[in-house]
Ligand binder design. Structure first.
Ligand code: ADP
Ligand code: MG
Length: 273
């Protein structure tokens, strides 16, 4: 099955190193501003190995910023983020996290992969080449091995016949499935999804969610920012409701979605229902 196939490709959650609290990812009082706008205002939140966490919240509340910080696409102003129990891509200087050079390598070493709303495939590369690019360039995997893995991944996401297609010849749903295969090709320990189905026509959403569901069942550790509340409730172990740069409320889906404690959560859920 697809779940078995994924499981054979990803590191087992129990092999992952964790913080003393047992967390694989830990964000502690993270602040981030752009100009005079405080986008993240002291975010604390953690993820255990094998856990699937769905992050929901209004647009503009800082969800993408949080994922970009975790993925070392930008640097933290204050607070700290550890993955696998260490600062990755950062060193701590006088209590401040400073990005180190070679963040792509650090990201690769710890195994964080991200899937973006707009797929972000390399438009001049075929589906297969999109998937082999990082293993070959960043990890030094020989071409033959990288291509063999890419073909297995294309089969997992249901695109075996599309290896030689350019992104422009694929539907949005197919492009996003290639992007997921590409993210898996570096054998990540943590997958970040930033509204992976928001740019898709409604009829293409299901095929992407179905791949994500298999990853979750295979034990992949995942953070999923999504507006697909029903999907989040089915797949996530925990829901984090995010608003104005802070975690407002978090807990099991049955609590946060069906019986929220905070008025802000209730208002958000009633707006999108
Ligand atoms: P969300 O993903 O929850 O919609 P974002 O993290 O994308 O929220 O954005 C939060 C706020 O930060 C928004 O007001 C956005 O305009 C601002 N912002 C995000 N990235 C930048 C940037 N690179 N420069 C300036 N402002 C930014
Ligand atoms: Mg966003």
């Amino acid at each position: 099955s697809r779940v078995e196939a994924v499981r054979s490709l990803i590191p087992a959650a129990r092999e992952v190193s964790v913080s003393p609290a047992g967390d694989f990812l830990s964000c502690l009082n993270v602040w981030k501003s752009y100009g005079n706008r405080d986008v993240l205002q002291g975010v604390s939140f953690s993820v255990k190995p094998g856990e699937v966490v769905a992050v929901i919240g209004p647009s503009g509340s800082g969800k993408s910023t949080l994922l970009r910080l975790i993925n070392h696409l930008e640097s933290v102003d204050r607070g700290e983020i550890t993955v696998g129990g260490r600062y990755v891509g950062y060193t701590k200087v006088n209590g401040l996290m400073k990005p180190t050079s070679g963040r792509a390598k650090a990201r690769a070493e710890v195994g964080v992969s991200m899937v973006f709303q707009n797929f972000n495939l390399f438009s001049n590369l075929t589906a297969l080449e999109n998937i082999t690019e990082a293993p070959m360039r960043v990890h030094g995997v020989p071409r033959e091995e990288a291509e063999a893995l890419a073909r297995r991944l294309l089969a997992i996401v249901g695109l075996s016949g599309h290896a030689d297609h350019l992104p422009q010849h694929l539907s949005g749903g197919q492009q996003q499935r290639v992007a997921i295969a590409r993210a898996l090709a570096v054998k990540p320990r943590l997958m970040l999804f930033d509204e992976p189905t928001s740019a898709l026509d409604p009829e293409l959403v299901g095929e992407v969610l179905s791949v994500m569901r298999s990853l979750a069942e295979a034990g992949m550790t995942m953070i999923i920012v999504t507006h697909e509340i029903r999907f989040a409730g089915e797949v996530a172990d925990r829901i984090v409701f995010f608003d104005e740069g802070v975690v407002v409320e978090e807990g099991p889906p049955a609590q946060v979605l069906d019986n929220p404690r905070k008025e802000r959560t209730r208002r958000f859920l009633s707006r999108i229902a």
